[in-house]
Structures are given as structure tokens and as C-alpha cells.
Design a protein around this ligand. Structure first.
Ligand code: HEM
Length: 486
């Protein structure tokens, strides 16, 4: 009896902060549920659908245990916009603040996406002109044509009743486009399947997956990274990525860029480093972060679009008709951005499959009222779920989870107006919002549209019937009439 009493008192003293959050009247998921799901290896989407969704759809916010602390995740549009608008109170903060000893902090350091206040203003003033510079799409079209060709070649080499796993090809395309448009280097990933920098990302993902959820839930364990072979490997890979990106771009210092390339992001960063405006560490942190953000998001966006178009063949056919009827052979970015169905397919894909589906990277520097009743206490880590708000029937209606590009409207003006309106209302946060909105969204949307144009022009595809969605596998059939056009 006395032992039980002692145990009870100890638990009450030491485990209370773990077992019960200061909820501020918002609901919470008990600690043991998060722990149980982490041990079973349940992924983010599974956890969201099974545990968080029933509460977020009712309350718009929920507390749960994540990455070694209690966090609040938001999905109600009015809460999201309030937090995004009050960046001085709920500040950006990334891995370097959350788990400074961890593998992602080592890779991403202090960068434009996670920085706050003056630090962010400095990074943004250096990088924004390079990210948002005017660009032509000629090379993007060529690289996208090459991707279609790679798909077809691979399908020919694959047995006729089997599909092609598209992810590795799309990744090579995304890295190649990023290299040219932002780093001013031709990495050659589309011509060569074994470019080390491109392969490293896949290897890094593979090495963080073993024990991943346990490290995510209990980041303190990562202090012992040297005990775990997979973690040791992850740290080594991160260091290799860091030095390879620099190695691929250092030659610019001795060969000044040509006038048409002088405004690419890398040159602004290199000039800032040379002038001492940013340190070597900030230079590398920003390069590494941009490399990941620019490639991984595009990979997910394009494979998701191909997945939905493989399931909805009527929409794929309509898109092919739109592209073939409206675009000349030397089309421009403006021509692509004028196509209504193409825009609606891109927005709808990014609604259902936001590449950054959930992020917990904001820290309440003071108490933050969400409305008249609910307050996030100072010191709380705050996150948002794009997947949550964008598939919430309270926001998007009873067919919220269905892929339906027609929900955006029929003319390009209507569709773009709906896109802007949903973003400003906090219904659509794929690119986040307000001052910290994605700086690459304009480029990313054009990139996604161009590749879809080239794919529907050259290839038709269906989903491999034996495939279950984890990575995307589609069966590709060359369309003889389309192929003649190229
Ligand atoms: C489909 C592709 C993309 C998606 C879905 C996406 C999404 C996002 C999101 C959600 C954020 C805000 C993150 C946060 O709140 O912490 C963000 C920020 C940012 N993104 Fe993107 N992104 C994409 C592509 C790109 C590309 C291609 C670039 C350019 C290389 C880029 C550059 C940035 C930058 C610089 C920021 C920081 C903005 C700031 O805080 O000032 N993104 N992106």
C-alpha cells in the first residue's frame, strides 16, 4: 500500500507534465495513444485520420504529444489565419530550435523558412529576388519532354502487364530543374541515373525510417545517435549532401555567371557570403534547405497529380484535349497559366495532397488567443495541418475528400479567384499564408503545369491494378498520335 502511494506521488510529480497538457479548454489526445501509435509505426496521415480528425473537425484545434512535448495543431481556418497574421506572437522556429542536436538541424541549420524577425528579413532580402526572378520555360519544357521519354523507355523495358514506378524518374527531373533554375548548374540527373547528389536524398530517407517514429516522438534519444548504425549513416549522408551542394556550385566563384543567369538564387547567396552579409553556416543552411524544399515538394506534387489522373481517366483525356487544342509548339509560361482545367487540376491535387501536409514549426512567444474562449499558452509549439483543413467537410463540403477539379470553377479567372479567396480565408494553406507564404509558389505551380502539359501530350497512363498507394506506380502507354507530335 505504501509502495503504491509512493509510486502514485512520484508519477504525479514527474509524469504530470507528460500525461496532461495545459489545454486552455481545447481537447487533447492522451499521451499513451500517441506513444502506442508511434511504437506501431503509424504514419502522419494515419495518425491524423484516426486520432486527430474526429477532434479537429469538431474543435478546429487539438493538443497532442509530438517530438517530446505537448503541441497544438490547428485546422480551423479562422485560427490558422489568426496565427499566420500574428507572426510576432507565434514565431517561426525550426529543427535548430526544436532538436538542435538532431540530423535535420544539422542539415538545415538556420534558414529562410525557419528564421524569425531580423534574421528572416536578412535572408529574404538576399534570396527573394533570385527565387522570384522572371524566367523562361524553354529548358523546363525540354526537361519535361525528357521525363516523358524516360517513362516510355522504361515501360518498353518492363513486362507488358506491369507498371513503372514513377517516383525515381520524377525525382531526377525535379533535381535537374532545381539545379538549373536556382543553382545555375546542369546536374545531368535526367541523362544519368547515378548522380550522387540526387541519390543521396533517397538514401537519407531510407536511413531515417528505421526507428524513425521513436526518434520523432522522443528526440532526446537522438543525442545517442552514435549508438544506432542507421542514425550514424544519416549524419554521414547529411554531411555529404552539405559538401556536395557546395562542391557543385563553387566553380561560379571563378567563372562569373552570364548576364541571363546572374539573377539566379545561388549568385545572390554567393555574393552575400563574399561580402560577409551572411556567414558560411547560414549560406550552407539556406542552400540545403532550399534544395530539399525545391525538390521534395515537387516530387510529391507531380506524383500525386499523376496518381489522380491515372484514377480519373476522363479528366486526363479532357486535360489532353485542352493542352493539344490551346498550346502552340513554342508555348510560354503565360500560355500555360491561361489554361483553366490545368490550373484546376494543379490546385485540386495540391488541396488533397499538400506536400507539406503538417508542420509544427511555430513557437508562442506570448499567450495567443484563438478566439474569445481558447488561448494557446506562451511557450507552446504550434503546428498546422494543411491535409486537415483541406479535407475538412466543414470547410470544403461533404465531398471534401474527392478529387474534383470542377469545384474551382470553369474559366481561368473564376479558378484563380477561388484559389486566392481560399488562401486568404485560411481554407487552403498548401503554400502557407500571409507574410510567410512560400516564395517559390509561382515557380512551383508553373513547373507543375508544364510537366503535366508535356506528359499528357506524349503519354497516357493508368494505375497499375496491383498497386496500393505508398509510392506511385502507373502503367504507361505511349499514345501513337501524341508521340508523332514530338
Ligand atoms: C509544390 C511545391 C512547394 C510547396 C507545396 C511549398 C510549400 C511551402 C510552405 C508550406 C512553406 C511555408 C513553410 C512554413 O510555414 O514553415 C514554404 C516556404 C517557402 N518556400 Fe516553398 N513550397 C514549394 C516549392 C518551393 C520552391 C520550388 C521554392 C524555391 C526554391 C520554395 C521556396 C520557399 C521559401 C524561400 C519559403 C520561405 C518563405 C518565407 O518564410 O519567407 N518553395 N513553402
Amino acid at each position: 500500500m505504501s509502495i503504491s502511494l509512493v509510486l502514485f506521488v512520484l508519477c504525479a510529480l514527474f509524469l504530470k507534465p507528460i500525461l496532461f497538457p495545459r489545454t486552455g479548454k481545447l481537447p487533447f489526445i492522451p499521451f499513451h495513444i500517441s506513444l502506442y501509435d508511434a511504437l506501431r509505426g503509424v504514419g502522419k496521415t494515419g495518425f491524423y485520420d484516426n486520432r486527430l480528425r474526429p477532434l479537429t473537425e469538431k474543435y478546429g484545434a487539438v493538443w497532442y504529444w509530438s517530438a517530446g512535448r505537448w503541441v497544438v495543431i490547428l485546422t480551423k481556418p479562422s485560427y490558422l489565419t489568426r496565427v499566420f497574421r500574428n507572426e510576432q506572437t507565434v514565431s517561426k522556429a525550426g529543427f535548430i530550435k526544436k532538436v538542435p542536436w538532431g540530423v535535420f538541424a544539422r542539415l538545415m541549420g538556420e534558414n529562410i523558412i525557419d528564421a524569425h524577425d531580423d534574421q528572416w528579413k536578412l535572408f529574404s532580402s538576399i534570396m527573394k529576388p533570385g527565387i522570384q526572378r522572371p524566367f523562361t520555360i524553354d529548358s523546363l519544357v525540354q526537361k519535361s519532354e525528357k521525363l516523358a521519354q524516360l517513362f516510355l523507355e522504361n515501360q518498353e523495358q518492363t513486362s507488358s502487364n506491369m507498371g513503372v514506378t514513377i517516383d525515381p524518374f520524377v525525382h531526377r527531373w525535379a533535381v535537374s530543374v532545381f539545379g538549373e533554375y536556382f543553382l545555375d548548374v546542369e546536374l545531368g540527373c535526367l541523362e544519368n541515373a547515378h548522380v550522387r547528389l540526387e541519390q543521396l536524398i533517397g538514401e537519407l530517407n531510407d536511413s531515417v525510417i528505421p526507428l524513425g517514429p521513436i526518434f520523432t516522438e522522443f528526440p532526446i534519444l537522438e543525442r545517442l545517435w552514435w549508438l544506432f548504425p542507421a542514425r550514424r549513416r544519416a549524419f554521414a549522408l547529411v554531411d555529404e549532401i552539405d559538401s556536395l551542394i557546395v562542391a557543385h556550385t563553387e566553380h561560379h566563384l571563378s567563372n562569373p555567371p552570364s548576364p541571363e543567369n546572374v539573377n539566379k538564387m545561388i549568385h545572390f547567396l554567393q555574393r552575400a557570403r563574399l561580402e560577409g552579409t551572411i556567414s558560411e553556416w547560414h549560406y550552407r543552411s539556406n542552400l540545403n534547405m532550399m534544395f530539399i524544399a525545391g525538390n521534395e515538394n515537387m516530387l510529391f506534387a507531380v506524383t500525386s497529380a499523376m496518381w489522380e489522373l491515372a484514377k480519373n481517366l476522363n479528366i486526363q483525356d479532357d486535360l489532353r484535349k485542352e493542352v493539344n487544342c490551346s498550346l502552340s509548339s513554342d508555348y510560354s509560361a503565360n500560355d500555360v497559366n491561361a489554361l483553366p482545367l490545368l490550373a484546376a487540376v494543379a490546385y485540386e491535387t495540391l488541396r488533397l495532397y499538400p506536400p507539406l501536409s503538417q508542420f509544427i514549426n511555430r513557437l508562442a512567444l506570448d499567450d495567443m488567443p484563438l478566439d474569445d474562449v481558447h488561448v494557446i499558452p506562451k511557450g507552446t509549439w504550434v503546428g498546422w495541418s494543411a491535409y486537415g483543413v483541406q479535407t475538412d467537410p466543414n470547410v470544403w463540403g461533404p465531398r471534401a475528400k474527392e478529387f474534383d477539379p470542377s469545384r474551382w470553377g470553369s474559366t481561368i479567372e473564376e479558378i484563380n479567384d477561388a484559389f486566392r479567396l481560399h488562401q486568404s480565408k485560411g481554407n487552403y494553406i498548401t503554400f502557407n499564408g500571409y507574410t510567410r507564404r512560400c516564395l517559390g509558389s509561382g515557380f512551383a505551380l508553373t513547373q507543375m503545369k508544364v510537366v503535366l502539359c508535356e506528359l499528357v501530350k506524349k503519354v497516357s497512363w493508368t494505375k497499375d491494378p496491383s498497386y496500393q498507394l505508398t509510392t506511385t506506380v502507373v502503367s504507361l502507354n505511349s499514345q501513337s498520335n501524341q508521340l508523332k507530335r514530338s
